[in-house]
Design a protein around this ligand. Structure first.
Ligand SMILES: CC(C)(COP(=O)(O)OP(=O)(O)OC[C@H]1O[C@@H](n2cnc3c(N)ncnc32)[C@H](O)[C@@H]1OP(=O)(O)O)[C@@H](O)C(=O)NCCC(=O)NCCS
Length: 250
């Protein structure tokens, strides 16, 4: 069990050999290495529409990542629901957020998926809608140009005070927190990224600072999930989890 206040170090990821319980107020996060598991790729348990989606990717690496990520998602959700991985049926909201049509005899299961470069993360909970976002941090990213174009003025002006590594870190904290929020809401980019603001200070206390209340009336709690040399990831919960458990897909 990990307290939600201090869950950012990579060494906390553990291997679960059996299906872990996911009691009411907890969130489980699973990490998958897309490189280490690349040789395992098979689309056997995917649905027709998932196979069609896989076939539309131009690059083999994108196709393989999608198949591996979706297959792992099905296997994980099968452990929580007791429904065979191949039998799980997804529906999609109008912005593409997937949810489960047949979560088994247990009550609703919320999940979200993110991938960047060589890592995929899966968040699962019975508590509330969630969103997760991981980004591979590139040194050459045009932080201020992107922030000026997409973020709120407050975020842009705050980031403009920074430079070097601090700017890059601040930018990716801001980005993953914002993406996690809109993924929890499920609205995709129809929710303008400049109609709300998050803080971008160190990982201890991520926050939704303000939001256009005409667009969103609920609560949102943000959490750091992963922060190493190359990747940064954030989780958004439209509820208040009591614990967050980190697992590695074996
Ligand atoms: C689609 C979007 C929800 C996330 O896209 P992303 O960051 O490229 O991708 P991620 O890897 O984090 O998430 C993709 C997964 O989220 C899920 N997803 C798709 N649409 C979603 C939605 N509306 N809400 C929540 N989750 C969604 C799917 O499971 C998808 O996985 P799949 O592609 O294997 O089916 C959307 O927010 C987007 O297009 N963002 C673009 C980011 C951007 O340009 N930001 C500018 C900041 S500088």
């Amino acid at each position: 069990m990990i307290n939600t206040k201090d869950m950012k170090r990579a060494e906390q990821w553990k291997i679960a050999s059996t299906a872990p319980e996911c009691p009411g107020r907890s969130v489980h996060i699973w990490k998958l290495s897309l490189v280490k598991n690349a040789e395992e790729i098979s689309s056997d348990i995917l649905s027709k529409d998932e196979i069609q989606k896989a076939e539309r990717f131009c690059f083999d690496s994108d196709r393989n990542n999608f198949v591996l990520t979706r297959t792992t998602l099905r296997n994980l959700l099968s452990r929580y629901t007791g429904v065979a991985a191949k039998e799980l049926t997804f529906s999609y909201n109008r912005h593409g957020k997937p949810s489960l049509l047949n979560p088994g005899k247990n009550k609703a299961l919320f999940f979200n998926v993110t991938h960047s470069k060589d890592i995929a993360l899966f968040a699962v909970t019975r508590l509330c809608e969630i969103g997760i976002d991981i980004e591979y941090m590139r040194d050459d990213v045009k932080c201020l140009k992107l922030a000026q174009r997409f973020f709120s003025e407050q975020e842009y002006h705050g980031l403009a005070q920074l430079s070097g590594k601090a700017l890059i870190m601040g930018f990716y904290r801001c980005w993953t927190r914002k993406e996690a929020f809109i993924k929890a809401v499920g609205s995709g980019l129809s929710f303008p990224l400049n109609s709300f603001a998050v803080n971008f200070e160190k990982d201890d206390n991520p926050k939704l600072l303000w939001v256009d209340r005409e667009r969103f009336q609920g609560i949102c709690n943000l959490f750091p999930v992963l922060h190493d040399e190359d990747y940064l990831a954030s989780l958004a919960c439209l509820g208040a989890p009591e614990q967050i458990d980190l697992y590695r897909c074996s």
